[in-house]
Structures are given as C-alpha cells and as structure tokens.
Design a protein around this ligand. Structure first.
Ligand SMILES: C[S@@+](CC[C@H](N)C(=O)[O-])C[C@H]1O[C@@H](n2cnc3c(N)ncnc32)[C@H](O)[C@@H]1O
Length: 227
C-alpha cells in the first residue's frame, strides 16, 4: 500500500482519537493557555514602558510585550531558549527572589500560570521549599512595580488545595492573601462546561469548584500595587 493510502486510512482514526482525548467525559485543562494568553494580550497597557515576564518558561508572552514596544525582561529559574530574538527582549535565568531589580522598575509585570509553583520543591529546579513562596513572591513583585504599573496575573482557582510539587489552587482562603498588597482593577473567572469547553463564570462558582491534579478553574486579574 502506498504511503498516501496509509495516511488516508489512519487520518480519520487519529482525528477521532484526538477528539476523544480532547473532550473526555470529565474536564481537563486543555485550552487553558488559550484563555490565559488571550487575556494577557487583550489587557496589555496602552503605553509601553518596561515589562517583566515572571516565570516566562518557553511562552511567547514576553515577545508579545516586546512587539508592543515594552523593553522586556523575561525571568525564569530554568534555562529558556526561544526560536527568535528581538531587540526589546532579553532573558535572565534567575530566581525572582535574587533578581536584583531596583524597586519600582516595571510598568508591567506578566505573571501567567507561574506564581502557584513558587517554593514547591520537585519541579522547575525549585531547590528551597517555601510554603508561602507564592505570597512572598507577590510581595517582592509589588515592590518592583511602579505606582502606576499593572500586573497581569492568571492562576488556578477552586477550593484551596496544594498538590505537592505540582501547584497550588487558590480559593476563598488563600486568594485574598495572594492579592493582599494589590488593588484588583479587573477580574474574570473561567471553568469548563460538560463538553470540556472553557466558559466564563461567577467568582463564587469558580472558587467552589473541586479541583484535582489535572483540572481547576482559571482566575485572570489586572492588578495595581497598593504602595
Ligand atoms: C507553568 S510554567 C509557566 C510558564 C509561562 N509563564 C507560561 O505561561 O507558559 C511556571 C514557570 O515559573 C518558573 N518559576 C517558578 N518559581 C520561580 C522563581 N522563584 N523565580 C523565577 N521563575 C520561577 C518555573 O521555572 C516555570 O518555568
């Protein structure tokens, strides 16, 4: 059988398999970054300045900020190499607690799906356990923001839980502590419907969701430092 015929035969099988995995009977996180990245792109401040992408990983969020004209620094504990370079974008491999940035340096801090990992040993090169590392890192970044600056934050939400080495999930108890030090300018919550599609929901419903290791709700915030 020619290769083309083989491909034609297996393609519908692979498509069915893809949809079965993508839309299982119980919800999973699939599509989470679509929500988070689009939220961040949609809420970038109009006027460029200096930006920090905290816990950038291999995402292209720092590139978006650089393309919008921000002088952008991306920071991560792990080494990161992108498939591009940009004159307004630089990367430093460092811990946010040792960054050495001067206070009130940044007009924008992007904090996408990273804060929930801070201080949880066993993933991402985290060596030192810090049970409150997330709250401490938020305080650190509050100092780094200019008074008129904004943080764009996305996090897992649901009933308060820590899944050791994986991530924290923020609920009625820990969410206020995490955001202490910031004014909430805008907030949005997402959960999944019974077809495994992300939908907007009320805060109370999102924080009541029972998370598991593979699923939680999403909280998206525009924050300003209280100073
Ligand atoms: C789930 S990844 C998110 C990556 C990216 N923001 C995205 O949206 O795809 C979390 C990142 O946070 C980084 N991270 C965790 N603790 C950190 C710390 N104390 N300082 C700098 N980066 C940290 C990890 O190394 C990891 O790359």
């Amino acid at each position: 059988m020619r290769l083309q015929n083989v491909v034609q035969k297996i393609e519908p099988i692979l498509t069915r398999l893809y949809y079965r995995l993508s839309y299982p009977s119980s919800p999973n996180l699939r599509g989470d970054r679509d929500i988070e990245y689009s939220w961040i792109a949609a809420n970038l401040p109009k006027d460029p300045g200096r930006a920090l992408d905290f816990g950038c990983g291999t995402s292209y969020l720092a590139l978006i900020a650089a393309q919008r004209g921000f002088e952008t620094t991306a920071i991560d504990l792990i080494p990161v190499r992108w498939f591009y370079i940009h004159p307004k974008l630089n990367f430093i491999q460092n811990d946010i607690f040792d960054s050495g940035f001067a206070p009130e340096t940044f007009d924008l801090i992007i904090n996408c799906s990273s804060i929930e990992h801070v201080g949880l040993v066993g993933r991402y090169n985290v060596k030192q356990s810090r049970p409150d590392g997330d709250i401490e890192a938020m305080a650190e970044m509050e100092k780094l923001l200019k008074p008129e600056g904004r943080m764009l934050l996305t996090i897992p939400v649901g009933q308060d839980t820590v899944f050791p080495s994986l991530h924290r999930v923020y609920g009625k108890r820990r969410l206020p502590s995490l955001l202490d030090g910031y004014i909430i300018e805008k907030e949005e919550y997402w959960i999944k419907n019974d077809r495994n599609q992300w939908i907007l929901t009320e805060k109370s419903k999102a924080l009541d969701l029972e998370p598991n290791r593979n699923f939680y709700g999403l909280g998206c915030f525009v924050l300003q430092a209280k100073k």
